[in-house]
Write a protein that binds this ligand. Sequence first.
Ligand SMILES: Cc1ncc(C[n+]2csc(CCOP(=O)(O)OP(=O)(O)O)c2C)c(N)n1
Length: 637
Amino acid sequence: MPVENIKSPADVKSLSPAELKDLAEELREIIIERVSINGGHLASNLGTVELTLALHYVFNSPVDKIVWDVGHQSYTHKLITGRYEKFETIRKYKGISGFPKIDESVHDAFGTGHSSTSISAALGIIEARDLIKKFKIQNSKFKIPGKVLAVIGDGAMTSGLAFEGLNHAGQLKKDLIVVLNDNEMSISKNVGALAAYLNRILTGDLYQRFKKQTRAFLEGIPKLGTPVTKIAQKAEETLKGLFLPGILFEELGINYVGPIDGHDIKLLIETFGNIKNSTEPTLVHVITKKGKGYEFSEKNPCIFHGVGPFEIETGSSLSDAAAVSYSAIFGRALTELAAEDERLIAISAAMREGTGLECFEKRFPDRFYDVGIAEPHAVTFAAGIAAQGLRPVVAIYSTFLQRGYDEIIHDVCLQKLPVVFAIDRAGIVGEDGPTHQGVFDISYLRHIPNLTVMAPKDDLELKAMLELALKHNGPSAIRYPRGKVQPSGISGQLSAFDIGKAEILKEGFDLTLIAIGNVVYPALGAAERLEKEGIKASVINARFIKPLDKELILKMASKTKRIITIEENMIAGGFGSAVLEYLNSMDIPEIKIKILGIPDEFVEQGSQAILRKKYGIDEEGIYQACKAFFSTPATVR
Ligand SMILES: Cc1ncc(C[n+]2csc(CCOP(=O)(O)OP(=O)(O)O)c2C)c(N)n1
């Protein structure tokens, strides 16, 4: 049956195993074609086609609820749950999301994007189901109680949150089904002791290893060695039972099934059919190949984990090859600095490539740590390192650092430890949508005592800030955006500056634009356009969100009386809010302030350009806001 005829999972159930296989191939083609145009998570989706078909074949969505961890692998699910027609809009402005979304479809049981939430969410859904039934609670979403599944990758399983969920599941003893999609990859090769354990299950090495170690131990006992070994041999069969694969999960109170081939639809259907009515928590260990069915993504699943548009025939990227990203500048600068300072350590939470740290790892493997998808651990681990006098730099995307908020306060800043946070993807990130927009970090960092928070306007300033942060004897954070770096078009050379020192880029007396980070150049462009119309604006590159350059801000506010702040962050609690708080405390007469940034709403998906335009923080938006602002008289407080 062609995919366009699959209107709901019921249509999948009517297919024979051979037809399901054909459908899987067709789905792969559609996914490859669409991702090659829109960009997206190709390799993860190609690996889960059969798994998704089997789940929808056996279970009955939306009565049964499937929670996709991260949700980046849910394209097949989308295609067979009524979203084939809209699939060409995936990740586009106003299109369907690249992740599950509760309000997009009844089949999306839970919204995801950040990893490792599926077990906790599924467990909550189960408890709600049972409470609703037990107490006959009305107006609930559960009309008919069904099964609840969490589909989680081996990468996502490295997070503490996933373990917390498992820990609770083992206690509650409900009928949760966890499908562990093991492809041995996170974005790059999966890391950690659990990954090694899963690998030993795959190779059947677990029992062999135990046997060898026990023998070696027993033979090490003088004289007794040989007879004891014989006893051990007799007990071998009994011991074998103890070392079945998955004993780790069994010991947590979760039945283990597997490992099974995640591309064998028949086997998957049989296995899910067998465990469907289990009344206890069960984990099904499914082995898949990331990137399956497209030679380039099979060979390089890391590059094809998340991709921009590419050419199908060659697998080559259609993005601007010459573009250098902020991440690359950061990675190179840090590697250079590490050559001069052996105390320098780099830490990533499963995002080595994304944060530009491949070169660092290559050159200084002993000083690089990939801790897995474990942002809170990364922060506290860095705090421990800093407490001993070394200089850790934790590179994490703005949106994922949200997970480490308490650790930043409690473990780093309270103890004034010199940890540097390199906050990548700060600001609008684009097509990944609301789960990934990095628009909260200024607000969630600015109020933390002892923390210095800065944002470079361009490549050179990023390097200068990194040097400054590493010399600073206290915690600091540098936020920089996703995408192509803004080359320094102003100074052309790296000029040193002190913490808390802003920079005047242009002087005028009609109004003052104070911009932070990547919006500095658009602000400058707007001021130049205003000048042509006779409006003379000052432009300040704030550089620091904390501490503010109070002296300069006060001087300019007193002079021009009109201040516009610009940032790519939430207005609430952001940079403009800091300027406002400060100026309010200074009691300057007849001052007027306007804050440009993101209003109180989640930023939807779409290109960075579209979204910046929407919020009026591109050059045109800033220009228009300045004009409107200038034409209104300054009001008395
Ligand atoms: C909290 C958090 N940190 C980082 C990420 C970025 N991320 C998205 S998918 C992924 C790897 C997931 O690996 P796995 O669960 O094994 O899925 P696979 O893509 O291999 O199928 C990472 C690190 C994220 N989504 N959420």
